[in-house]
Design a protein around this ligand. Structure first.
Ligand code: ACM
Length: 542
């Protein structure tokens, strides 16, 4: 009843001039009332006696302590800010209700994950200085009176990172995960193997570390210039580091999906294990150019053994339900020329080389499924017949996703024109060299993941949306940040907020406030260096 009355008062007052709520992604329902609750000198954060809930409370208390300079404690049960277990099933697994009243702030959720998202909203209701790592003096730490009920539109809200073209250190990866969590995204897709570098330790195949993680040089400038820097390049994550990142992500309710590319994008692996390629006598070198190489895995039994051994270690490391196997851009020239491949096509009664690709993917799908996991592949895995348990990541437009959903397969939408954050975001004349294309903030924001031509049943297979970050032209973490934010905030809102709730003008206004938060978090958004200065020099943030 009390809650109802508060809601009613909010409804009555909502048309007056109240605080603008600048939360990204935009919450589902917001009712504001006049006034604000102020953090007390000895504010306490209360939470149920449960390890996950206490962890969420600890993270909030720690952030409040750092920014305010006051010691914010956590307690079991009720506090000035209380995280409360709710039995309201309408909140779902990730939803929350946040009430800010004269008595304090209450965040209700069915799960610790929902409470964590409530905390992300609470942090954004506070002044932007709350994201500071050091105390900020002279700030009025207020939370406007508000009632919010919020839950995501899509279950899958992801951001990918390619660490093969340019390696990104663990500390940066953690920061990337922080930002994923801040924007209520829940999947970090880690692209770990490619032609230009293999970045994950596999104990059974040590030469993936000593050979496949290194290249002799790297392209300089744009691909069309065909220039090279002459400098050796390397990078690699140990399994211990991988575990550390997975735990860090789990603490922030982010699932880490590993991607191990096959049967194409295999050159770095072939450099160490040439017997897995078309020609075991060939000297393969880890790729130094961007683009797609003809050197792919030859689907011999020995190759399957390698791939399954690798996947076994990967599955043991990553608790993720989803394991990504790439499957994109596999040129068929070598399979066309190979007597072994042609014999296999005949023996298995396959139609052609696309059938052979499908044969590889289906075998791997079976292997992953038998281990209790689900396989994701880029939309090329549709060619030659989709394997039974595959989830499709639609990148060459939405057509692949539509076809897969019509076959009742799950789909993650990530079409290049909207979700590829390696595209130019502004006039290329004003930008550092980038892959190409043009996808500005408004374009990313305009993306609608559920195509209109799907039936309601088919539409249920659209799990969500993901931004992809290919790092050919992003040599440094700062450049990755420049390309990713704020466009990823637009995609976060696409994934979370209802279609009707989205409005680019309104988003742009909220983004102006959000940028202050990104400033405190040290995120290099909108800091374009000039082309000629770019190489390794990064300008001071504005
Ligand atoms: C891709 O961009 N090759 C998935």
């Amino acid at each position: 009843m009390k809650r109802f009355l508060f809601g009613l008062i909010c409804c009555v007052l909502v048309h007056s001039a109240f605080a603008q709520i600048n939360v990204i992604p935009k919450p589902t329902q917001v009712l504001t009332a006049k006034g604000a609750w102020t953090l007390k000198a000895k504010t306490k954060v209360g939470a149920p006696a449960d390890a996950k809930w206490s962890h969420v409370a600890d993270m909030l208390a720690s952030q409040l302590s750092k920014a305010t300079g006051q010691s914010v404690a956590t307690v079991k049960g009720k506090g000035d800010i209380s995280l409360v277990l709710s039995s309201d099933t309408s909140l779902g697994e990730e939803g929350y209700r946040l009430l800010s009243t004269p008595k304090g702030v209450t965040i209700q959720a069915q799960t610790a994950k929902g409470a964590f998202y409530g905390v992300q909203t609470l942090l954004q209701l506070l002044p932007a200085e709350v994201f500071s790592e050091t105390p900020v003096a002279g700030v009025k730490w207020t939370v406007p009176y508000v009632t919010i009920k919020d839950m995501p539109r899509y279950a899958y809200r992801g951001l990918m990172l390619d660490v093969c073209r340019h390696f990104m250190p663990v500390e940066f990866v953690k920061k990337y995960i922080d930002l994923i969590a801040l924007h209520k995204q829940n999947q970090f897709h880690w692209h770990l193997t490619d032609d230009q570098g293999w970045r994950i330790e596999i104990k059974k195949y040590p030469e993936l570390k000593t050979i496949s993680s290194k290249r002799k040089e790297t392209m300089k400038g744009h691909y069309r210039d065909q220039k090279f820097d002459g400098r050796p390049y390397e990078g690699f994550y140990t399994q211990e580091q991988i575990k550390e990142v997975i735990q860090y992500a789990e603490d922030r309710f982010v699932n880490v999906i590993p991607e191990i590319e096959m049967p194409g994008h295999a050159l770095a692996a072939l450099a160490a294990y040439p017997q897995l390629g078309n020609n075991p006598d060939k000297i393969y070198e880890v790729g130094t150019k961007w683009g797609v190489y003809d050197d792919v895995f030859m689907p011999r039994e020995e190759t399957f053994k390698f791939l399954e051994d690798v996947l076994t270690e990967v599955i043991d490391l990553f608790p993720s339900k989803y394991i990504h196997i790439g499957g994109d851009e596999c040129p068929k020239v070598q399979w066309k020329e190979s007597r072994f491949a042609q014999n296999l096509i005949q023996k298995e009664g396959l139609k052609d080389e696309h059938g052979l690709q499908s044969y590889v993917i289906k075998r791997i799908d079976k292997f992953i499924t038998a281990k209790g996991r689900r396989m994701i592949g880029w939309d090329e895995i549709l060619e030659g017949g989709l394997s039974p348990n595959a989830t499709v990541m639609s990148w060459r437009g939405t057509e692949g996703g539509i076809a897969a959903a019509k076959e009742r397969h799950d789909v993650i939408m990530t079409p290049g024109g909207f979700c590829y954050l390696d595209h130019y975001q502004a006039d290329p004349k004003t930008q550092p060299v980038a892959f190409g294309g043009f996808t500005d903030l408004a374009k990313s924001y305009s993306f609608e993941p559920t195509p209109a031509d799907l039936s309601a049943e088919e539409a249920k297979h659209i799990l969500g949306v993901q931004g992809n970050v290919w790092t050919e032209y992003m040599k440094t973490p700062a450049y990755v940040q420049y390309m990713v934010w704020p466009r990823a905030t637009a995609l976060a809102e696409v994934g979370w907020t209802s279609k009707e709730g989205r409005n680019f003008e309104d988003f742009s206004k909220r983004l102006e406030i959000h940028k202050k938060r990104l400033d405190f978090l040290g995120v290099n958004y909108f800091g374009a260096p000039t082309n000629d200065k770019f190489e390794y020099v990064w300008p001071e943030k504005k």
